[in-house]
Design a binder for this molecule. Structure first.
Ligand code: DX5
Ligand code: ZN
Length: 214
């Protein structure tokens, strides 16, 4: 699968509705929504009220990436705000299995995110419960950072793990994705690419989305 999930973190927050409508009319598959708490990551972005407004205008599924400590506390809130896929960090959950079940019980798809330093093999006993695994290809917190090359290896390792334990699990990559590394990431086994700056800072965001899917 070759899917693109543009990150609204790089959108113009003063013209969010306009940017969401641009994405509605594009070939993108999902809208990637980055929630940050200023503790798990150094930055603060936005919370449930903004997600609710995004949902009002979006015509595609919301792929909500929670960069917050102990995200299990907010599963019901993000369901109510309109999340379709909820991804939580491996590093932020003490009882990850419980949190994934809570996401499923709330009626959403569940994803687990790994930071660049977290080994893929740690998913051995949880990947069978996941609809998606998101590999961070930058240290989370900010858009516009440089892609970490080791991510290709992690995608290949994760593809092998999924083939063995859960072939339906999607692989998503987030951070520093652009038109140069996108084909290599799909080739390594990625299904969904998140792109913030590469889409929103390009001269023609809809064309960039189209090109990324080729
Ligand atoms: C980073 C976020 C990303 C970010 C990606 O912490 O999780 O989704 O917005 O932005 P780019 O594509 O610009 O690296
Ligand atoms: Zn993200």
């Amino acid at each position: 699968m070759k899917m693109v999930s543009p990150s609204l973190l790089s959108a113009d927050f003063g013209n969010l509705q306009r940017d969401i409508e641009m994405l509605n009319a594009s070939e993108c598959d999902w809208l990637h929504v980055d929630v940050m708490d200023g503790i798990f990551v150094p930055n603060i972005s936005f919370g449930q009220p903004i997600v609710k407004h995004i949902k009002k205008h979006a015509q595609k599924p919301l792929d909500v990436h929670l960069m917050i400590m102990d995200p299990g506390r907010y599963v019901a809130d993000f369901k109510e705000a309109g999340a379709d896929i909820l991804t939580v960090h491996y590093e932020a959950c003490t009882h990850l299995d419980r949190t994934i079940h809570a996401i499923h019980d709330a009626g959403m798809k569940a994803g687990v995110v790994l930071n660049p330093h977290t080994a893929v093999c740690l998913l051995e006993d949880i990947v069978q419960e996941c609809d998606m695994v998101l590999l961070m290809s930058v240290n989370p917190g900010f858009g516009g950072q440089k892609y970490i090359e080791n991510t290709y290896n992690k995608v290949r390792q994760l593809r092998a793990l999924c083939d063995r334990k859960n072939p339906k699990c999607l692989i998503e990559v987030d951070g520093g994705v652009n038109l140069q590394n996108a084909p290599l990431l799909y080739e390594a086994g990625a299904d969904v690419l998140v792109a913030g700056n590469a889409v929103f800072k390009s001269a023609d965001p809809q064309k960039t989305i189209h090109d990324m899917k080729q």
